[in-house]
Design a protein around this ligand. Sequence first.
Ligand code: RIB
Ligand code: CA
Length: 314
Amino acid sequence: MEKRPFIIDCDTGTDDAIAILAALYSPEVEVKAITSVNGNICERYVCRNNRNLTALLGKNVPVARGAVRPLLSGFVNEGHLDDTHGPTGFGTIQLPEAEQVFDPRVASELIYETAVEEKGALELLVIGPMTNIALALVQHGDLAGLIRHIWFMGGAAVGGNVTPTAEFNIWVDPEAAKIVIGSGIPMTMVGLDVTTKAIMTREDADALRACGTPAGQVAADLLAYMFTRNHSGGEDALMHDALAFAAAVCPDCLTCRDCFVDVETHGQCAYGHTFVDQRGRTGKPANVSVALEVDVSMFRKWLVDTICRSAGEK
Ligand code: RIB
Ligand code: CA
């Protein structure tokens, strides 16, 4: 079976890293590149984390640098926000420092050129703010017709995490999200409605460590950091980003509904809110498949099994 070509656009990020591990060892996909964006941590740490991770795993995947700030919101995290991802975005884990070699193209250009090369088969896993994707769409009018599907972690049909009504990835760059979500590209939204239920356990971490590979060890170490973070009042081991990838390759993990979705870019108290019309009240055509339910045990098993496929590459 031909592998599906993917680009991962991310703000690595502890949960981003686990999503990257799953994608790199998934039998269904070929990761054509990993592109960085400012979000959980500033972009210079994101690209470093992506480079160090792929080098540790011996994966020869192009790593490209991307937007260092949002289109308009101005949010840049210099590592002092909180301990959700730690001071450099990788918790307290120190990966071996790889040579910081990056693809010569910026993220938006690499995304476009790869989309052209893949002749409409390229899928995007978007697990940080959407700045790079929006830039690519604004720079290349034909890009929207060249992307098969966008699988994104972001937003929520109800609620928020960075404000009561906005989820972090969308809140960092709502203008970019509005451009992408309004692009007409087929897409699936994996938001807080389901990601806040996708919690890994200590048994999962033990199983990952037991597979005896660098990928399993990094995943287990990241979970251990998340458990510690949670113990001190922080977020639990929520697999926001890995669940967005699961939507692409483990469709039975999620139940989705086609909805009209838009983004609030002018609200005084709802800036970055994802407006999800679950009941068709606007009369506007659905533009996003929105994940509303998750089979957590199926997801957890899929994630551990997928990362442990690294044992077969020893
Ligand atoms: O709100 C959760 C999202 O924000 C995840 O993508 C996490 O990595 C952070 O970027
Ligand atoms: Ca992320």
